[in-house]
Design a protein around this ligand. Structure first.
Ligand SMILES: [Zn+2]
Length: 379
């Protein structure tokens, strides 16, 4: 007699982020200097949600507390550019920096970065999910988001296998990501690559094929403007051309499979204030008959991003950390992760459909702002 096989299905409700196109006012870091919750006598269990329709484990308030679960805390969104096949000893700059300002990184340093984030308890997630307020990271772990701007040298192709899969230089960004993916299956390796019209170098047919492979293999591709233009100060028409024509290029190569997110070249404009109505063209417009919308914009780098659930998070000005070394100073990787690890990091409750944090962190009642329809649990 055949055994009956039961399959359970889980319908994940994805809430689309509401555009917050208002004033992206800069605030100081003091707003995220939050104290931990005082010991609470609360022993009530969170609402029981475990059933045959849910795959997420429910934890007790005590378990949240002992793991330090806090989903109002900050998330590192790393900004990298080019990864060069070099050792750190081969550069004349600090650590793994390939240039003076550390925009480009050696392959040795980049690989070490990835191992270090893993060992510190970070697990990767897609930027597009973060923008949608959907953070799916295991209980007790912290989300990590990787981004690459400009495309150049992120993909160095050595050829194609007989089955049509690409052969990457093992020292380019994607070569290293694939190596780490094989080594740490629970790391959820993923990254978003922000491209200009040159794509991964020369806008060749190979670039197109690689882009198709990437979106089929867990990576995302977004918009970095057609000509790598500083949009701050541009006219509405120029912005519409730079943003719209790049979306059009992406749509012609990987239709419907790119992310509607823009990494602002030079991090400009820093704010899409109502005083500059032309910046609304970054968020929506029509160029050459092609209509587009942008659901989030990324700034250039210095520090960690706010949680998408809190008041000061602005999806049109998401902060990033520059992936560079400077002996623990000037917002380098070391400085940022030291701060994150000193009580500032987002620690997941393991369920993307609930938001869990210490009651005291929202004592004002205004710090939690965007719930994306999720259930809120405090301890
Ligand atoms: Zn750039």
């Amino acid at each position: 007699m055949k055994t009956r096989k039961f399959t359970t299905y889980l319908l994940l409700a994805f809430m689309t982020a509401t555009m917050l196109a208002g004033c992206g006012k800069t605030t100081t870091d003091t707003t995220i200097e939050l104290t931990m919750a005082p010991t609470s006598s609360e022993t009530t269990m969170p609402t029981e949600t475990t059933s045959e329709t849910s795959t997420f484990t429910t934890y007790t308030l005590e378990e949240y507390k002992s793991a330090g679960v806090n989903e109002l805390n900050s998330v590192p969104v790393l900004m990298y550019h080019r990864v060069y096949g070099m050792t750190n000893a081969e550069t004349e700059y600090t650590g793994g920096n390939v240039d003076k300002d550390g925009y480009n990184r050696t392959s040795e340093a980049f690989e070490a970065d990835l191992r270090s984030y893993y060992q510190q308890g970070y697990r990767m997630m897609r930027l597009t999910d973060f923008v949608d307020g959907y953070i799916d990271v295991p209980f007790g772990y912290s989300p990590l988001i990787l981004t690459f701007d400009d495309g150049i040298r992120d993909v160095v192709l050595q050829g194609w296998n007989g089955d049509g899969t690409p052969i990457f230089d093992p020292t380019c960004a994607i070569g290293i990501l694939e190596k780490i993916k094989a080594e740490y299956p629970d790391y959820n390796v993923t990254a978003t690559f922000f491209l200009n019209a040159t794509l991964f170098g020369n806008s060749t047919e190979d670039d197109h094929k690689v882009m198709k492979w990437m979106v089929d293999n867990g990576y995302d591709i977004g918009n970095h403007t057609y000509d790598h233009v500083k949009l701050g100060g541009c006219s509405a028409d120029e912005i519409e051309k730079q943003v719209g024509s790049m979306y059009k290029v992406l749509d012609s190569i990987i239709p419907g499979q790119y992310v509607n997110i823009i990494a602002l070249p030079y991090g400009s404009p820093e704010s899409m204030s109502a005083d500059n109505p032309q910046y609304s063209k970054i968020l929506s417009g029509t160029y050459d008959g092609f209509s587009y919308t942008t659901k989030a914009a990324l700034l250039c780098a210095w520090t960690r991003s706010y949680s998408p659930f809190v008041r000061d998070y602005d999806n049109t000005a998401i902060r990033r950390i520059r992936g560079y070394d400077n002996n623990g100073k000037d917002w380098d990787i070391q400085m940022n992760f030291e701060q994150l690890n000193q009580g500032k990091r987002y620690i997941s409750d393991g369920d993307p459909n609930t938001i869990v944090f210490p009651e005291a962190d929202n004592a004002s009642g205004t710090w939690l702002k965007n719930t994306y329809g999720h259930q809120v649990i405090t301890y």
